[in-house]
Design a protein. Structure first.
Length: 327
């Protein structure tokens, strides 16, 4: 299929959940989707299950937790010669039952290695491809969209929940110490797997703002994050206890009213990627922690932890060392 007339988007973690449904929504909008997943056979089967046109998708292997895999994916994508219009950093791991930290091939705690460092490296390496899109006649501004979470934004109630602890990067003591065994937390404190996930998502939101400050004016790339609502029944929670997987969706549907379906969350991601109303850069888009019929998306303030520019610069420089790129 000739994709030269279709905008191209890379979506990480497009084999299930929000990523899969974002791919479906963007294909329906006329986009060509590059599904970046660890298991490409699973991703193809998932796309087939939704009846997606195979000619509208390209599947390439990507393990965000392994930096060699990230670099290999970028080379493979660039060999396709597809003109990149948007990158969606969606994939994440959540491993709340670990008692000792999992480690990436580079030796970094696996939640941060995958959710933050993997996406940071991927985004840095693909910036030139996105910048070329800004120079194509008639092409809208390219976009780099990152999935945030309410649990990493202490401006929201969900970000204040002290189980196991709120997201907090401290002064990046763990990164400054090298972030290798025995260090497992960005703030250098004892390992808490649930907090490691929250911290990694806070990093996503911090670095998105730093991308905006460093590159938006010179490249015209739009850098945004979003919280599409609580998608309480995706594969992200596959490593939680079975009872949690039953109670949590019920609680979000009936008590907090924060629940959204995978289909709706995927469509909201597609809106932020493709629709003209989301062209402002440096914005965190939200539909609210409590879902209301007909509510329009809005630009939501981030916590001081997420918008601290000094911390963001330090995180950028230390993360660059971790992924072997210049700061």
């Amino acid at each position: 299929m000739n994709t030269s007339h279709r905008p191209v988007v890379i979506i990480t973690g497009a084999s299930s959940g929000v990523g899969l449904h974002a791919a479906s929504a963007l294909v329906a909008r006329g986009w060509h989707v590059v599904a970046a997943c660890r298991d490409t056979a699973k991703a193809r089967a998932a796309a087939d299950s939704l009846g997606l046109d195979r000619g509208s998708l390209t599947h390439l292997a990507l393990d965000l937790g392994a930096q060699d895999s990230v670099r290999g994916f970028v080379r493979a994508f660039q060999e396709t010669a597809l003109p990149l219009q948007a990158l969606v950093c969606n994939a994440a791991v959540y491993l709340p039952r670990l008692t000792t930290p999992g480690r990436s091939p580079e030796g970094y705690e696996i939640s941060v290695a995958t959710n933050h460092l993997g996406h940071f490296l991927l985004s840095r390496l693909l910036l030139p491809d996105l910048e070329r899109a800004a120079g194509r006649p008639g092409s809208p501004a390219p976009r780099l969209v990152t999935l945030g979470t309410v649990t990493a934004n202490s401006e929201e109630f969900g970000g204040k929940v002290p189980i196991p602890a709120p997201a907090d990067l401290g002064t990046l003591q763990g990164l400054k110490a090298g972030f290798l065994d025995p260090v497992a937390m960005l703030d250098g404190k004892p390992f808490k797997p649930g907090k490691a996930y929250k911290d990694s998502k806070l990093c996503n939101m911090v670095t998105s703002r730093e991308f905006h400050r460093r590159f938006h004016a010179s490249t015209a790339i739009v850098f945004n994050t979003l919280y599409p609502g609580c998608v309480a029944d995706t594969a992200l929670f596959r490593d939680t206890p079975a009872l949690f997987r039953t109670i949590f969706p019920w609680f979000q549907k009936n008590i907090t009213k924060g629940y959204v379906t995978q289909e709706l969350a995927g469509d909201r991601v597609a809106q932020v990627v493709a629709d003209p109303g989301f062209a402002d850069s440096g914005v965190h888009w939200s539909w609210g922690n409590r879902q209301k019929e007909g509510r329009q998306p809005f630009s939501q303030a981030l916590s001081l932890k997420a918008s601290n520019e000094v911390l963001a610069r330090e995180l950028w420089e230390l993360s660059s060392l971790c992924v072997r790129l210049p700061g």
